[in-house]
Design a binder for this molecule. Structure first.
Ligand SMILES: NC(=O)c1ccc[n+]([C@@H]2O[C@H](COP(=O)([O-])OP(=O)(O)OC[C@H]3O[C@@H](n4cnc5c(N)ncnc54)[C@H](O)[C@@H]3O)[C@@H](O)[C@H]2O)c1
Length: 437
């Protein structure tokens, strides 16, 4: 395929070298004449393993050339990849000015192009930028309509500098966001035969995925560094500790605990977080990340209460209020906090939880329920149907399988507020809302 690549920086040069090695003809474009000259001389404008060899070989073979002329590049390629920089503005927001400039130049040249053209954006950008900034800018400059006169896709880049060629050829995943399967498949064909999952999704989701990845990586590094400081000051080898941590592929290095939902609780996580913060203070170590977790968790509860208030209804039913399904344990259940806040605000509440109901009658938790939370105990009912019969709002508080029927059995006039994503919510009855979806 004839491909033009806009932006001969770290991403653009690696993409040029790697796509040329996969048999494509590349025209690199940059506003920087020195970079263009270097590329045409077969020299790399960046320091990156394997890139000098790739550029030398494929420039000599005629598979790579570079230019400052956008028109030349657009008229002589069927697909363009855009990798110009998206730095931070002083206020931390994204500077899209390089993107806007390149869109204007590409749009102007697209006026002259009769054949279809696909524009693949690899620059990292905040969700909504493609739809609100990029596509309108190209439409304005070209006078053509998206999905008619040109086709845009977002294809986030996951390479790491210093191992970029290896990462290009061994991607952890390939994600393409586009409005049509045809456009997405065209972009995907660039990576045919490469390992890793191939995912086609909406443009906004593809934009978001890149930030989720990078923010998670930053979170992991900071977590490890805080644990490191703590271990060091308390006389342990942090690498030994983390080596053991990482051997747990079930709960630690795994997909566990990564789906958005409601606040955590129970008898362990809150207590152990408080204890480790205390341990850090004892050793004069600051752990701002670990210390902020309980605040963030508390915010989940107050946000949920605010949402419930916004419905403007008084009769509330809570389905499931132990801290997770399959247990009667109410210690530090965030649902109990939420219920207490609603009681304090004078709401008319009914609570149903099969496990807690049984525990109140005979379980080990009987005393806790009757003595520590009698105000909650008296609001309990013995069936889900009781809630469904007269509640205006039904809160799904844990994943007890019984609660999935709320999605089909609720009446049109009932508001469902789901804190756990109980099942396939695509055609839920009533007015359905998820806490964070
Ligand atoms: N560097 C990485 O490892 C990496 C990894 C993944 C994603 N990204 C993202 O990819 C994008 C590019 O990153 P980079 O590190 O390659 O940037 P970079 O700053 O190294 O290169 C950007 C290039 O774009 C050129 N440019 C600016 N305006 C232009 C225009 N109108 N026409 C043609 N060229 C133009 C610049 O001269 C520069 O050479 C950024 O959005 C970045 O966040 C970078």
């Amino acid at each position: 395929m004839n491909i033009s690549i806009f932006g001969l920086g770290y991403v653009g040069v690696v993409t040029a070298g790697c796509l040329a090695s996969r048999g494509h003809s590349i025209i690199g474009v940059d506003v920087n004449e020195t970079k263009v000259r270097m590329m045409n001389d077969g020299l790399s404008p960046i320091i990156e393993k394997e890139i000098p060899e790739l550029l030398e070989e494929y420039t000599k073979k005629g598979n790579i050339r570079a230019t400052v002329d956008t028109r030349d590049a657009i008229l002589n390629s069927e697909l363009s990849i855009i990798c110009v920089g998206t730095p931070s503005r002083p206020n931390g927001c994204l500077d899209t000015s390089f993107l806007e400039n390149v869109c204007f130049q590409i749009g102007q040249s697209l006026k002259e192009r009769a054949e279809r053209h696909v524009l693949v954006f690899r620059s990292t950008m905040i969700p909504g930028t493609m739809r609100d900034v990029i596509i309108p800018a190209i439409e304005d400059a070209s006078g053509k309509k998206h999905n008619e006169g040109f086709f845009a896709a977002f294809n986030p880049e996951f390479l790491r500098e210093s191992t970029a060629v290896y990462d290009f050829n061994n991607p952890p995943k390939t994600v393409v966001g586009a409005d049509s399967q045809e456009t997405a498949q065209k972009v995907m064909s660039l990576y045919e035969g490469l390992p890793g999952a191939k995912i086609i999704t909406k443009i906004e989701v593809a934009e978001m995925v890149k930030y989720v990845d990078n923010n998670f990586h930053a979170l992991k590094i900071t977590f490890a560094n805080e644990i490191g400081m703590l271990c060091k000051n308390a006389g342990m080898d942090s690498h030994e500790v983390m080596d053991i941590f990482m051997q747990d592929r079930k709960l630690n290095i795994s997909t566990a605990y990564l789906k958005p939902g409601f606040a955590f609780g129970g008898s362990c996580l809150p207590k152990d977080l408080r204890a480790i913060s205390c341990f850090a203070r004892m050793h004069d170590v600051d752990t701002p990340l670990l210390s902020s977790i309980m605040n963030s968790n508390w915010m989940q509860i107050t946000n949920a209460v605010r949402k419930i208030i916004s419905y403007g209804k008084r009769k509330i039913g809570v389905a499931g209020f132990s801290f997770k399904e399959g247990t009667d344990d109410l210690r530090e259940s965030p649902l109990v906090e939420l219920i207490e806040m609603l009681i304090g605000k004078g709401y008319d509440l009914k609570l149903y939880d099969r496990n807690v109901y049984l525990a109140r009658l005979m379980g080990a938790n009987k005393e806790y329920i009757n003595e520590k939370i009698p105000h909650i105990s008296t609001l309990m009912v013995d069936s889900l149907d009781d809630l469904l019969s007269d509640r205006e709002v039904i809160i799904i508080g844990n994943k007890d399988p019984e609660f999935s029927r709320i999605l089909t059995d609720a009446r049109e006039d009932q508001q469902i507020f789901d804190l756990v994503r109980i099942g396939d919510v695509s055609d839920a009855a009533g007015n359905y809302e998820g806490v964070s979806w």
